[in-house]
Design a protein. Structure first.
Length: 277
């Protein structure tokens, strides 16, 4: 009997590889929009040369006066998932610095296609708070090799200035940043998008209590809030003491990233209960 060598289904493998590669390219085109959630109004990370934009804002309120060091004694750690696969991690560290609170946030994403890393995103920021009010932030972003920065601070008159690739902005008062650990942000009409420097007008909707999954504590009860306005398709969850315990956002391309809490201070029963709204 004449033995013939069995050939691999080359065409099928090439088709599968092509589909996977295209899926990866679609992901690449959507990730920057996913992170900022600001509707795209320009192409690429070029700074918009439109001068200083003044954004009206009501002075933020402190919804909870609980000490962040008591709420998050071991900081915050989230696993970030896309379609059931972990693609990154987000951590937040808190440290007392004299009369101020220093908050370090770090987000790192890595997307692979056919076992090859095709996209990397890294965000690192250092924010300063004093007496429960946001004072300043410096952020560095590496978007797949493209480096960007965001700077924001309160001046001597109490006005808040921010600068990033979306332009330069000013408001009459300090604002909450989109680092999400502070539940007070949900009462805001303007927030600082720390990924691009924009002071974004928002309306944040309170949507009730529901059950969410955590890594360390299993299923917990948490209150859901939805960002609308210039930040869209962002859902954030807080427990009854005001701890940040989850997040989910969907890009303009339909990609969804989900934050699952690994360490959110939930083992610490201390903390103040949120005032009724």
């Amino acid at each position: 009997m004449l033995m013939t060598e069995k050939k691999l289904p080359t065409r099928a493998w090439l088709t599968l590889a092509w589909i996977t590669l295209v899926s990866g390219l679609v992901w690449l085109s959507s990730v920057p929009e996913a992170l900022s959630q600001t509707p795209p109004d320009s192409i690429g990370p070029k700074r918009e040369s439109i001068g200083l934009v003044e954004v009206p804002v009501f002075k933020p309120q402190q919804r909870s006066r609980a000490d962040p060091l008591a709420l998050y004694p071991d900081g915050l750690r989230f696993d970030v998932y896309r379609k059931g696969a972990r693609v990154g991690r987000h951590t937040v560290e808190f440290k007392k610095d004299g009369d101020s609170l220093k908050v370090k946030s770090h987000l790192k994403l890595k997307v692979k296609v056919l076992f090859v890393t095709v996209y990397k995103y890294e965000f690192h920021s250092v924010g300063v708070w004093q007496d429960g009010e946001f004072q300043s932030v410096k952020a560095k972003i590496n978007d797949n090799g493209k480096e960007q920065t965001v700077d924001g601070s309160v001046d001597a008159s109490g006005r808040f200035f921010s600068k990033g690739y979306k332009g330069e902005f000013v408001s009459e008062s300090w604002v909450y940043p989109t680092n999400h650990w502070n539940v007070g942000a949900v009462d805001s009409d303007v927030v600082l998008d720390t990924l691009n420097g924009k002071l974004s007008k928002v309306k944040i909707l309170q949507q009730g209590i529901e059950s969410i999954e955590t890594r360390k504590n299993g299923v917990i009860e948490a209150e859901r809030f939805e960002y609308t306005g210039e930040l869209k398709n962002v859902l954030v969850w807080y427990d009854r003491d005001g701890r940040w315990v989850g997040m989910k956002f969907t890009t303009n391309k339909g990609e969804t990233l989900t934050y699952v809490c690994r360490e959110c201070g939930l083992s610490d029963a201390q903390g103040q209960i949120l005032d009724a709204v």
